[in-house]
Write a protein that binds this ligand. Structure first.
Ligand SMILES: [Fe+2]
Ligand SMILES: [Fe+2]
Length: 234
């Protein structure tokens, strides 16, 4: 009788240990589940929030870059004129105007994002026209090959169609600027820069830059050429 009581007690205790272990296991599993759910929610939030934060920062960077380019090319234009290269000065002046159009487009996007527009202090160095052209080629190449493709991708991820348009306008025009600068540098080195274009047209919508003649509508934004800005004087 005593033996059966002892066995019963031991069995009961053993069952208690098993149940406790199961409860702990279940508790732990539930906690893990909750933690995983929380992590999932937080990841989902980050995924929801981050693309927006990224594109806002991209638009600030693009706005700063375009504003700086606007002032930099204006200074390069002055330097080219001083060095006796009026055609290259005119190219820099036209590109400076295009960069201002890009900066203004990006500014509109930032305002639409309810961002405050910072005061930009442009930082650049004016050297010889040859060096300035090389620097301009590097700057445009970076924007065309790396910066804008990334920003456009980020705008797409964030689902910001307007930002994507503004960035794409600039992206396409920077390629044209780079090509103009490459041709200008070659002409300068060959001593034939007098043969460069003496008139440019700017599309006020996207900053597209045309040398000598312009199509009836902008090839990027479809804007009527009647609205184009003529750049033929320094
Ligand atoms: Fe630009
Ligand atoms: Fe440019």
């Amino acid at each position: 009788m005593k033996k059966s009581i002892i066995l019963f007690t031991l069995g009961f205790a053993f069952l208690g240990i098993i149940l406790q272990s199961c409860t702990e296991k279940t508790g732990s599993s539930d906690e893990e589940k909750v933690a995983k759910e929380m992590e999932k929610d937080s990841t989902a939030n980050v995924e929801k929030q981050d693309p927006q934060k990224v594109i806002i920062q991209n638009m600030h960077d693009a706005y700063k870059g375009e504003t700086t380019a606007h002032f930099k090319y204006a200074a390069y234009s002055k330097k080219a004129a001083e060095e006796g290269h009026p055609e290259i000065a005119l190219l820099f002046k036209a590109a400076s105007g295009a960069e201002l159009i890009h900066a203004n487009n990006h500014k509109v996007i930032l305002m639409r994002m309810r961002e405050s527009i910072p005061e930009i202090t442009p930082e650049f160095t004016v050297k010889s026209t040859t060096e300035n052209l090389k620097e301009a080629i590097d700057g445009e190449s970076y924007e065309y090959n790396k910066m804008y493709p990334e920003f456009i991708k980020n705008a797409n991820t964030a689902g910001d169609y307007m930002a994507q348009i503004s960035l794409t306008y600039a992206y396409k025009v920077e390629k044209k600027h780079r090509d103009f600068y490459i041709a200008a540098l070659a002409s300068l080195e060959a001593g034939t820069d007098k043969s460069l274009a003496k008139i440019y047209y700017l599309c006020p919508t996207c900053g597209n830059t045309y040398a000598t003649t312009a199509p009836s509508r902008c090839e990027i934004s479809m804007t009527d050429s009647k609205l184009f800005i003529k750049v033929d004087k320094l």
